[in-house]
Ligand binder design. Structure first.
Ligand SMILES: Nc1ncnc2c1ncn2[C@@H]1O[C@H](COP(=O)(O)OP(=O)(O)OP(=O)(O)O)[C@@H](O)[C@H]1O
Length: 667
């Protein structure tokens, strides 16, 4: 598949997507978050692209939501689903569910919903989900104690590109490598020709370095796990709480995670901790040991009577000989003891081991002086040795940890993705629970080749719209079924608009493969949903003309449309409206469309039409205490009484029967 074949993907977007690892896969999965990783692609744009890919796969022409009101209903329904997600991922991912006329797409989404509706959105899972986010790549970092070396300029360039965490060096021969080995704890030579090289220090010949970067820079995989630790732990908790099968052994993963801290450094190795502390504390420990030795020497001197022979005294005076020589001779025992104290203290405080203690001896082992002084060169030597030991141990341990964790990298991607996908499923499950939903049934398609009569209408039982302006518990169930072209009459505020909204909502959700808020729904597949909301007042000539043009366009074109229109009569004066609406209904009837037109002029329209238009009505049961009582389910083939008629009837019953009685007869 060419990326530019996807609707909505131009050259620029395709170029951005190509930067991803397997963009085709991400497109196929509708993986909005992965797509949004492409440079310059926002999550909103990613959702559009994913929708485009799904459309392309199923041959969907993106014409289902044909009017503003239809699109509004879809956005409102999507909003209700999105409000039930925990993660941003799921919120964006839900955007890839959209109403489609393509049977294969509807079935694919229905399969997802079926599975989703079986999920149990228990609070522990939802709580754990709050910590799950898509995995991030490891942050950029440099490793200073290891370097790459090669004689080849091209390989050098490749090394800089593929292993940017290490510095790369050009070498000519083994001498150059030996030189590098003095500055770096480890030198990784990329050229086979150096195999068997014998130089001092840790030199590894790894011509396979580019194929095994995790072995060369184990920090990379450690940094990835360190950065994503919380997300991975949250995803593990989601699996635990939901009983979902984990793609890897959770204990092994937990153990692996426990080996790195948040900076990607190893934890839990006492020897490495000792070496790290020793390097960090070296300067302080040397100073403290030095002071302790001098204190010891000072006390010894203070308590000591020194007898000095005359010749010595003379030589001191004459030659300016230093008191040190005296110290060496007269106080050598005290001096030795002070040195011993200093060495002991240094070894103890740095917890030095055999081999290291020899170097520590040299730090305090010079000529007797007062105050006594450390041997800086020995300190520096000790530091270098400790650092090398620390880095080599860390390198070895990191390589071991990285080996375990690198095997877990792919399963972890699956683990997190499954947790995020579960959030999408749980949003659907909660939507279905909260609004007593069911999966609708699609009527068996008739003869697919019969383009003119693809419609079979809809049949809703106990539909309750969550988009109504009343609490969902107070929404009264509506039964409504329509085949063909129908007028819907009814008293003011009876629920006509709400019925159209319900029909539109159920149609949109059903075609998105999602559950619908009803006891049962059976419907035929629709090619386009045209829903026109009530216009606000009479239109001027220009607007009226353009509205007429819209409807003219509607009467010709694709079969299998569902047309919902709310009080079209308000666009112009009542007499003309009835004729215009009758004309539109005739055309839709010929086309075989399903249509519901809400109108207060149902009687007049029926008279103007050249076919027998069905009229349904939302019935008022009457006015009780001044309040309208209605049966929200339209009655089939029934022209409802209007609100004015009901009021006249009420007045006729209450008072001036003569006037109101005669008035009532006119209805
Ligand atoms: N099924 C229902 N359950 C509960 N309340 C409803 C239901 N249907 C409608 N209502 C209430 O009735 C109000 C009026 O509904 P709606 O606007 O659909 O009536 P209408 O018949 O289109 O009115 P009009 O003739 O004035 O346009 C709604 O705002 C809602 O509060």
């Amino acid at each position: 598949m060419e990326l530019t074949d996807v609707p909505g993907v131009g050259e620029k977007t395709a170029e951005a997507l190509a930067a991803l690892d397997g963009p085709e896969d991400a497109l196929r999965r509708g993986d909005v978050v992965e797509l949004a990783r492409a440079p310059g692609i926002s999550e909103g744009r990613a959702a559009v692209v994913a929708r485009g890919a799904i459309r392309r796969e199923h041959g969907d022409d993106a014409r289902f939501l044909a009017t503003d009101r239809a699109r509004e209903i879809y956005r409102d329904a999507l909003g209700l689903l999105q409000a039930r997600t925990v993660t941003d991922y799921a919120e964006k991912r839900l955007e890839t569910f959209f109403p489609s006329s393509a049977a294969s797409r509807i079935e694919e989404a229905r399969a997802f919903s079926r599975e989703a509706m079986g999920r149990d959105p228990n609070p522990a899972v939802l709580d754990a989900l709050s910590g799950v986010e898509p995995l991030e790549p490891a942050p950029d970092f440099r490793v200073r104690e290891r370097c790459l070396a090669t004689t080849d300029a091209e390989r050098y360039a490749e090394a800089r590109d593929r292993i940017p965490e290490l510095s790369a060096e050009i070498v000519e021969d083994a001498r150059d490598v030996a030189e590098l080995a003095r500055s770096y704890a480890t030198v990784v030579v990329l050229d086979e020709s150096f195999a068997g090289i014998d130089v001092e220090g840790d030199v590894q010949v790894r011509p396979d370095a580019f194929e095994t970067p995790d072995e060369i820079v184990p920090e990379r995989v450690l940094a990835f796990f360190a950065r994503n630790r919380e997300r991975i732990e949250a995803a593990l908790a989601v699996h635990d709480a939901s009983g979902m099968e984990s793609p890897c052994d959770p204990e092994r993963l937990r153990e692996g995670l426990a080996r790195v801290d948040d900076d990607g450094e190893l934890v839990g190795d006492a020897e490495l901790d000792r070496l790290t502390d020793a390097v960090d504390d070296l300067d302080t420990a040397v100073s403290t040991a030095e002071s302790a030795a001098n204190d010891h020497l000072r006390d010894a001197l203070r308590e000591r009577d020194v007898t000095i022979e005359g010749t010595d005294f003379l030589s001191l005076v004459e030659q300016g000989a230093r008191v040190d020589s005296l110290l060496g001779r007269e106080l050598s025992d005290d001096f030795d003891e002070a040195m011993r104290v200093a060495r002991q203290q240094l070894c103890d405080s740095l917890r030095l081991r055999e081999g290291e203690t020899d170097l520590a001896e040299r730090v305090f082992g010079g000529e007797p002086t007062f105050p006594m002084e450390r041997n800086d060169e020995a300190v520096s030597r000790l530091r270098t040795e400790l650092q090398a030991a620390r880095d080599q141990r860390a390198g070895r341990l990191k390589a071991e940890a990285a080996e375990t964790l690198s095997d877990l990298r792919e399963p972890v991607e699956t683990l997190v993705r499954d947790a995020l996908e579960l959030d999408v499923e749980l949003a659907v499950a909660r939507f279905a629970d909260d609004f007593d939903c069911t999966l609708p049934t699609f009527a068996e398609p008739g003869d697919e080749t019969d383009e003119t009569n693809a419609t079979g209408g809809f049949h809703i039982e106990g539909g309750r719209s969550p988009l109504l302006d009343v609490d969902f518990e107070d929404v009264e169930p509506v039964d409504y079924a329509v085949e063909g072209v129908t007028l819907l009459s009814g008293v003011n505020s009876g629920g006509k608009t709400s019925t159209l909204d319900l029909v539109a909502l159920v149609t949109v959700l059903a075609h998105a493969g999602l559950p619908v808020p009803a006891e049962s729904v059976e419907l035929s597949r629709v090619s386009e949903l045209h829903y026109y909301a009530k216009s606000q007042g009479t239109l001027d000539a220009g607007a009226f003309e353009s509205t007429l043009r819209d409807f003219a366009a509607l009467t010709d074109g694709a079969a299998g449309r569902l047309v919902l229109v709310d009080e079209l009569e308000s666009i112009t004066e009542p007499g003309a409206s009835a004729k215009i609406i009758a004309g539109i209904l005739e055309a839709l009837d010929r086309q075989g469309a399903t249509a519901v037109f809400v109108s207060h002029l149902a009687g007049e329209i029926r008279e103007s039409a050249d076919f027998d238009v069905a009229v349904d009505g939302i019935e008022a049961k009457g006015l009780v205490d001044g309040e309208l009582r209605v049966n929200r389910s339209p009655v089939k083939n029934h022209l409802s009484r209007s609100t004015p008629e009901l009021i006249v009837e009420k007045l006729a019953g209450e008072g001036d029967a003569d006037f109101y009685g005669r008035l009532l007869e006119k209805f």
